[in-house]
Design a protein around this ligand. Structure first.
Ligand SMILES: [Zn+2]
Length: 221
């Protein structure tokens, strides 16, 4: 079978090594439609704004999230995951008062500090999906809803409102070997993967999540 040509080239990183990864637009759209199920568990109002903090090579993981935001009638604003763009994160927080920020990382926290901003104040009152290198610090800040987001190969995993990381089970079969999350694609993709080691320490859980999403739950270790 011929694999279709990718429309977008992004990347994923495992063990500090970046790999290019191509996707078709339809694959990103499918991922976005699935993310709606997780995102809507928060009950954000249509018209709300969500700020997306990511890098250009992370398009495969974050473009679907931006689409999910649009499907739910919300608006997205963007900043780079970089200490030098943390000023934009702070500025967007004042201009648009986002209900949530997706993808906050160590670079954001370092940049806010470097520019003299109090991160706890910038994030206050919002849902903040933080990457593993920033999560503990964000969780320790008062007056916000700290949530996890994790890049697992070409997939963005993020907490639902019940605190579980769902894996899109139509798109991916997840397994864990040696405590590492491994992914196999289930649909036709420009770049199918078989048993891809993601470098994410996790196991598959059989918990039935209260948010109502029946997709498999990934439990971080
Ligand atoms: Zn859930």
């Amino acid at each position: 079978m011929n694999t279709p040509r990718p429309d977008v080239i992004g990347s994923y990183t495992v063990g500090g090594r970046m790999h290019f990864y191509g996707s078709r637009r339809t694959e990103l759209d499918r991922a976005g439609v699935n993310m709606v199920r997780t995102l809507k568990s928060f009950g954000f109002s249509p018209g709300s704004v969500i700020t997306n903090v990511s890098t250009t090579p992370e398009v495969i993981q974050f473009a679907p999230f931006e689409y999910a935001v649009q499907i739910l009638g919300m608006y997205g604003t963007n900043a780079d995951l970089s200490p030098y763009d943390a000023g934009r994160v702070e500025s967007l927080s004042r201009q648009f008062n986002p209900v949530a920020m997706m993808g906050v990382g160590r670079e954001t926290l370092d940049g806010l500090k470097m520019l003299g901003h109090d991160a706890a104040r910038v994030f206050k009152g919002r849902t903040i999906w933080a990457r593993p290198d920033a999560y503990e610090d964000v969780k320790a800040m008062p007056g916000l809803d700290a949530r996890r987001c994790v890049l697992a190969g070409p997939v963005l995993l993020f907490d639902c409102a019940s605190g579980n990381l769902h894996l899109d089970s139509r798109e991916w079969a997840g397994s864990a070997e040696g405590d590492e999350l491994r992914l196999t694609s289930r649909q036709v993709r420009a770049e199918p993967v078989v048993d891809l080691g993601t470098g994410v320490k996790a196991r598959m859980s059989d918990v039935a999540c209260r948010c109502g999403n029946h997709d498999a739950v990934v439990e971080l270790l």
